[in-house]
Design a protein around this ligand. Structure first.
Ligand SMILES: [Zn+2]
Length: 262
């Protein structure tokens, strides 16, 4: 069984929805390496999981004029976090929360893997995931020449102990950008489309979470791969799921329209 799922979109679609953090599934042998009690694990999953972001993406895909492709992680980020660098480039290694978490959001011990156990998780889960989304991006580039990845996340109202940028704003919506892969037009389309789904239009760029996901074989080199991250504050997710689905569909339509007219 694959740890992720690709839900096909329309042949002419230029958009990929990426949902890395919505699952709570942990295979039994991976669970065995986590030192938390079942009760503690349930609390950690509640804190770390971007709950319902898969439902936002699925609703948006259904409503969009041209169905986007979707790449959805079907295992918990406690197995591996596909959005971290698997090596020393990752700044969250400093707090035990790199690709293979060793600490919880409260900075207590999650697991203490041996070098072999860590390598096994990277080989079984991280590498196939990275290669899977990189292959999908290459296939879409070959089919339509241009791809925009919309990365769909949520974040808690109050900061967690592990966060590195605790004094940052915690707006209703944080739009994560990349200097190379997020052109100003994409940022503007994102703000415009998503604003109606926020209670007061409280939107910031790259606060409290920065950047957006681009496969490493395209990163910093191929401008035909564009990307943006939606980090939605969790009180907004729970109070306005329908509005977020509609707004994300509006964003998908706006990207498709701009790709057809340029
Ligand atoms: Zn996330």
């Amino acid at each position: 069984m694959s740890s992720f799922e690709i839900i096909p979109g329309d042949a002419q679609s230029t958009v990929i929805l990426h949902v890395p953090h919505s699952s709570t599934f942990i295979p039994a042998d991976v669970r065995a390496g986590i030192v938390l009690t079942d009760e503690e694990l349930a609390a950690e999953l509640a804190a770390i999981t971007d709950a319902h972001t898969d439902i936002i993406a699925a609703g948006a895909a259904d409503q969009a004029g041209v169905r986007p492709w979707s790449f959805v992680n079907r295992t918990s980020r406690l197995v591996i976090d596909p959005e971290r660098f698997p090596d020393e480039r990752e700044e969250l290694n400093a707090v035990g929360m790199g690709a293979v978490y060793e600490k919880t959001t409260r900075q207590t011990t999650l697991r203490t893997p041996t070098t072999e156990e860590r390598a096994d998780l990277i080989e079984r889960f991280f590498n196939p995931y990275s290669e899977g989304i990189a292959a999908l991006v290459r296939e879409r580039l070959a089919a339509v020449g241009k791809v925009t990845i919309i990365d769909v996340h949520s974040f808690p109202v109050n900061h967690s102990a592990y966060e590195l940028h605790k004094t940052d704003a915690r707006p209703e919506l944080c739009i994560g950008t990349d200097i190379f892969h997020t052109p100003a037009t994409l940022l503007e389309l994102t703000r415009e489309a998503m604003r109606p789904a926020t209670p007061t239009g409280d939107i910031e760029n790259d606060q409290p979470f920065k950047g957006c996901y681009v496969p490493l074989d395209q990163y910093g080199s191929n401008a035909a791969v564009q990307a943006v991250m939606l980090e939605i504050r969790r009180d907004v997710v729970s109070s306005n799921m329908g509005g977020l689905q509609t707004a994300t569909a509006t964003l998908i339509d706006a990207i498709e329209n701009s790709d057809r007219t340029t």
